[in-house]
Design a binder for this molecule. Structure first.
Ligand SMILES: Nc1ncnc2c1ncn2[C@@H]1O[C@H](COP(=O)(O)OP(=O)(O)OP(=O)(O)O)[C@@H](O)[C@H]1O
Ligand SMILES: CC(=O)N[C@H]1[C@@H]2OC[C@@H](O2)[C@@H](O)[C@@H]1O[C@H](C)C(=O)O
Length: 369
């Protein structure tokens, strides 16, 4: 079937790999399978460490790419097995890779974005063509290289009668504004789950704050919240994108310096409020009074965070994308299946109105089967 594509996403949360088998042969995408796999703790620690400069980086980055490609291949095999699909039926895999640096416009005015991966190894292990390195071409064209999902969001969730907002809350959060007139805007709002995950791991030993239950028991610290919200990125107008390069444990430690006696549970409540507030401000500032905010990414499962978002945006209905037909944890992977399809067909995947590049571009490189 020429319409079958696999999308693989391992995002800034570094919690695991999400994969979908998607069928684009009809008008809308049909998800034929979803598989996810945790990233092994050693690999996770190494990929996290590679986010900051360290010794012997080139060698470690290459090994990290190899390990990730092997884990990607396992996800592909389980998708194929569970759906009874032969590898030969899949036109291509869109493999995002692991972002370890994202500096789109720094240094010499061009900058770079780096997703660790080994697409050759993935093609070798699966026998399927791989599309990878989706972001670099947009950066080369003067863009942010992110977010890339808004065009997919528009095709899937856009409506002719009203503006729809789609908010992805992964490690970082990003918003798509889908105008009724077909216009699309999008940008990174700021932190998503990354700071909350870090704090939760540090103080409870749990990888994340399940359903936001820990944060819900705390008290938001107003002074700390004000300090966190003073981060200039949050006020910067789009186009803009960010990552762990900015919102990382060192950033948080700096902001907490004057709050050493704060109770960990209250800090967690405040970090959750930071994410809710950065997202809600983005939605109300750029959301054209939309009445519908659909949330995807793991943050959609954080019931406390969802309640806070709804409270901060009383004029909109805040729902997980499940309510619009695609489960929250499948949206990003489905987007990379769609982006792979665009590339294979020689069609653009990026939007100038989102990334600020000189124009839309055909993204990535194809590694044949
Ligand atoms: N039940 C839950 N309660 C609270 N948080 C959850 C729950 N399930 C998942 N999460 C959060 O979602 C995160 C994973 O989200 P997701 O898979 O969307 O991130 P990602 O793809 O790595 O990120 P990005 O969009 O930045 O690339 C986890 O690290 C956790 O913080
Ligand atoms: C550089 C990079 O990996 N950016 C990711 C990250 O995760 C969320 C946010 O930051 C977004 O900009 C992007 O991912 C989504 C899927 C995108 O490109 O649309």
């Amino acid at each position: 079937m020429p319409g079958l594509y696999i999308g693989l996403m391992s995002g800034t949360s570094l919690d695991g790999i999400d994969g979908v088998l998607a069928d684009f042969s009809q008008d809308k995408v049909a998800i034929l399978g979803h598989a996810s796999a945790p990233i092994a703790p050693d690999l996770r620690a190494e990929l996290l460490a590679l986010n900051t400069p360290g010794p012997n980086e080139l060698h470690r980055a290459a090994l990290g790419g190899n390990a990730l490609a092997r884990a990607y291949a396992d996800v592909v095999h389980s998708l194929l097995e569970r759906s009874g699909t032969p590898a030969s039926a899949v036109r291509a895999i869109g493999a995002h890779g692991q972002t370890v640096r994202h500096r789109p416009q720094e240094f010499d005015g061009t900058g770079y974005t780096l997703q660790l991966n080994n697409p050759s190894l993935l093609a070798e292990r699966t026998g399927i063509a791989v599309v990878a390195d989706f972001r670099s071409r947009d950066v080369a064209a003067g863009g942010q290289g992110a977010p890339l999902v808004p065009a997919f969001h528009q095709g899937l969730f856009g409506r002719p009668d009203e503006t729809v907002l789609v908010l992805n809350i992964g490690g970082i959060s990003n918003l798509s504004v889908l105008g009724a007139d077909g216009s699309v805007a999008g940008f990174d709002c700021g932190p998503g789950n990354a700071l909350m995950d870090h704090w939760c791991q540090l103080h409870t030993g749990q990888a994340f704050d399940k359903n936001g239950a820990w944060a819900a028991r705390g008290r938001v610290l107003p002074d700390l919240l004000v300090t966190l919200l003073q981060e200039p990125f949050l006020r910067q107008p789009p186009p803009k994108s960010t990552g762990r390069d900015l919102f990382n444990p060192a950033w948080l430690a700096g902001k907490l310096a004057a709050h050493a006696s704060a109770r960990p549970v209250d800090v967690q409540a405040t970090l959750t409020e930071l994410t809710a507030s950065a997202c809600a401000t983005s939605a109300s500032s750029y959301g054209k009074n939309s009445k519908l905010l659909a949330v995807c990414g793991g943050g959609a499962l954080n019931t406390h965070l969802m309640r806070r978002l709804q409270a901060l945006l009383p004029g909109a209905s805040v729902v997980p994308t499940d309510a619009l037909g695609l489960p929250a944890l499948q949206v990003e992977a489905a987007a990379f299946a769609w982006l792979a399809r665009q590339t294979v067909r020689g069609q653009t995947g990026s939007l100038q109105s989102v990334t600020g590049a000189q124009g839309a571009r055909v993204l990535g490189a194809v590694y044949p089967a």
